[in-house]
Design a protein around this ligand. Structure first.
Ligand SMILES: [Zn+2]
Length: 122
């Protein structure tokens, strides 16, 4: 979740909390203007819900998952010959993902995750 979204939700929660307090205070005998308090409370609650709606819709933005592209490795990598550096298991193209611009191996056999750092020699 993004920071702006969290802030929006917290702000909305505070607004709704104060709105409810205003509405509740309207029912205490000491309150001079209960009608005004109810209106103020409703407005605060309304703004809170608008904030939640806004945060849910506008701030949803692009998904926050890692940038994972399908395989687009430099040319001299021969996929069918790549073996796991840890267990020697044969890796397929689906076991290698480009994460943040670096090819990451996720071995299906030993579940080792590592980055391909040097030119493959296989
Ligand atoms: Zn392995």
């Amino acid at each position: 979740m993004k920071a702006g979204k969290i802030i929006a939700y917290i702000s909305a929660a505070v607004l709704i909390l104060f709105g409810v307090l205003f509405i509740l205070s309207a029912f205490t005998p000491a309150t001079i203007n209960p009608g005004g308090n109810i209106i103020t409370g409703l407005i605060l609650v309304g703004i809170g819900f608008v904030l939640i709606w806004f945060a849910a819709r506008k701030l949803a933005g692009p998904p926050t998952t890692n940038v994972t592209l399908n395989l687009d490795l430099p040319g001299n990598v021969q996929m069918e010959k790549i073996k796991c550096q840890s267990c020697g298991g044969t890796l397929s193209s689906t076991d290698i993902k480009i994460v943040n611009g670096a090819p990451m191996v996720n071995c299906p056999f030993c579940h080792t995750v590592y980055q391909i750092t040097e030119e493959p020699k296989w």
